[in-house]
Design a protein around this ligand. Structure first.
Ligand SMILES: [Zn+2]
Length: 160
């Protein structure tokens, strides 16, 4: 990207005839003019457009026109660059918000998991003990723990 000298461009724009400018030229005519509609005066007069003619223009306006040829594309590049950064910042804000929501959801899941823990209850006659949820009194894993996906589903029905 071309270097932009904003101060110099500002100086050239301030020194040039007040805008807006309008190019007026009748088709087929050999003369044309650049006019300032705000100051109602000529900025540039051209004669002999289709032959060897001449152009009359003030120095300040000519310098501004010359600078604009490079400055306008460079300014467009700069504007596009800044606008793309704005999009990135917007996307970044969305990302950070979604991560905060995800963290809050994970924190809630962890709190629910902490409430539902398993405990083995001894069975009479020395039979094998079964695990139950201390919160629900359901066979472990209880429906809550299964719904959270904290343990692989065994395919068994809900016996709670
Ligand atoms: Zn439970």
């Amino acid at each position: 990207m071309a270097e932009l000298d904003y101060d110099e461009l500002q100086r050239l724009a301030d020194a040039a005839t007040e805008g807006p400018w309008k190019w007026t030229h009748e088709p087929g005519d050999d003369e044309g003019a650049l006019r300032s509609s705000s100051e109602e005066r000529y900025v540039l007069c051209a004669n002999g457009l289709h032959t060897e003619g001449f152009i009359a223009v003030g120095v300040a306006d000519a310098e501004f026109i010359a600078a604009a040829r490079s400055a306008v594309p460079a300014l467009l590049d700069r504007v596009r660059e800044l606008e793309s950064q704005k999009v990135c910042e917007h996307q970044n804000a969305d990302y950070l918000r979604m991560m905060a929501e995800r963290d809050a959801a994970l924190s809630t899941i962890a709190k629910v998991e902490a409430l539902h823990t398993s405990e083995g209850w001894p069975l009479p006659g020395g039979r094998e003990s079964k695990e139950y949820c201390t919160r629900c009194n359901c066979r472990w894993p209880c429906p809550t723990i299964r719904a959270l996906g904290s343990v692989p589903s065994t395919g068994e029905g809900n016996d709670g």
